[in-house]
Design a protein around this ligand. Structure first.
Ligand code: GTP
Length: 372
């Protein structure tokens, strides 16, 4: 091949695991690399694209593409192939492509498409990362399919396992408040769920060393570039804190990063195409009081089968926007006073058979403003 193929890293992980936050940090920390980032969200409106654009806004060498009109790389997706081919046309300006898949998708669709005749001459999979909400994992938030009675729980558990099974690297995220014992329990759980996983990495506050993330060449033939890393404490450029007792965690030593092939699953459609999973946007033209909105969203998260809530609202007091981030019943609201003002309030709700009319009614009642 006369021209070097562009490496692609696929970032998967369940709804709210921290994929976008991790990518924001990568944008900030990999200033030498010119990155193209493709974001595919479940639902029509890309909140993640807006967040990433805020991060990469000052850097002309980072480009963000929202692919929110279908399922990225699935048969009916019209955006993915043209977007990738357009990136190849501009290859002299791009060092690395990152693809954030929807939290309800399996990464295998993208991985397979990269190996297709249309893209394989131009792109090479570098690695697939699965980001994990570690506290949720430890709380049993992804219980085993056979042990769960509710359809939604079984569905979540199965998807979570399949996302892990397709990944090269599992990233244990949201671990800032966890001790070594909890981390070991999380690692043991991941290894039990996905025995063939190759590496487990720790991300403190959604930060990973770019040298452990990009340019790993995990899917190139064995006789091409590969690296050997020592135990975690000696990894190049490692800034994260290693565990006190490294002996416990064999998964943290990287070795033999040679090529391997994935047994790609063909079972890639079912979650996003299960009509029970729904995503909708609810809007208000009125400015919102931060505490009232947080309490309202928290109450709704407790009463409806929701797994993810996110969006922006104009603050009643002050400039900028309110950013709302909910993962199951954990709701965070921050006032970003420096950000571009939100013209209206827009909240995305993702869940399994949630009721839009009930949520609208509660939002109106609990915030004292009109939502529709
Ligand atoms: N405490 C803590 N919170 C985190 C960390 N990483 C992400 N979060 C929070 O988790 C929430 C979800 O993060 P996102 O990065 O939007 O997650 P995502 O996987 O992109 O979500 P979807 O695209 O909706 O599936 C946000 O409130 C983040 O601030 C972390 O390392 N520690």
């Amino acid at each position: 091949m006369s021209q070097a193929r562009i490496p692609v890293t696929v970032v998967t992980g369940f709804l709210g695991a921290g994929k976008t936050t991790l990518l924001s940090n990568l944008i900030r920390d990999s200033k030498q690399r010119r990155l193209a980032i493709l974001v595919n969200e479940f639902g029509e409106v890309s909140i993640d694209g807006a967040l990433l654009r805020g991060e990469g806004g000052e850097r002309s060498e980072v480009e963000i593409h929202d692919l929110s009109h279908g399922l990225v790389a699935y048969d009916d997706d019209e955006d993915f192939l043209p977007t990738m081919l357009a990136l190849w046309q501009r290859r002299s300006l791009i060092d690395h492509v990152l693809i954030e898949t929807s939290g309800l998708a399996l990464p295998s669709a993208v991985m397979e498409r990269l190996q297709s005749e249309a893209l394989a001459p131009y792109f090479v999979l570098d690695a697939t990362l699965a980001v994990v909400d570690t506290p949720l994992l430890l709380d049993g938030g992804f219980g085993q399919p056979s042990n769960t009675e509710q359809a939604v729980d079984a569905s979540v558990a199965e998807l979570f396992e399949m996302q892990l099974a397709n990944a090269d690297i599992v990233v244990l995220n949201k671990i800032d408040a966890l001790d070594d014992e909890a981390l070991l329990a999380a690692e043991t759980r991941v290894r039990a769920l996905a025995p063939s996983i190759r590496f487990i990495e720790l991300a403190y506050e959604a930060k990973l060393d770019t040298r452990l993330t990009l340019g790993l060449h995990l899917h190139e033939p064995a006789n091409t570039a590969h690296r050997h890393y020592g135990p975690v404490a000696t990894m190049p450029g490692l800034t994260m804190r290693p565990l006190a007792n490294q002996g416990l965690l064999d998964g943290h030593s990287h070795s033999g990063l040679g090529a391997h092939s994935h047994g790609l699953t063909t079972h890639k459609h079912f979650h996003e195409q299960d009509p029970g999973w729904q995503s909708f946007m609810i809007r208000s033209k009125e400015a919102q009081d931060a505490d009232t909105l947080r309490d309202a969203v928290a109450a709704i998260a407790r009463s409806e089968p929701l797994l993810r809530i996110k969006g922006f609202a104009p603050p009643r007091d002050g400039a900028g926007r309110l950013l709302i981030q909910g993962v199951r019943s954990r709701i965070e609201l921050s006032h970003e006073s420096e950000a571009a003002p939100a013209k209206q309030a827009q909240l995305v709700f993702i869940g399994y058979h949630p009721s839009r009319p009930r949520i609208v009614e509660q939002l109106c009642e609990l915030t004292g403003t009109i939502w529709r």
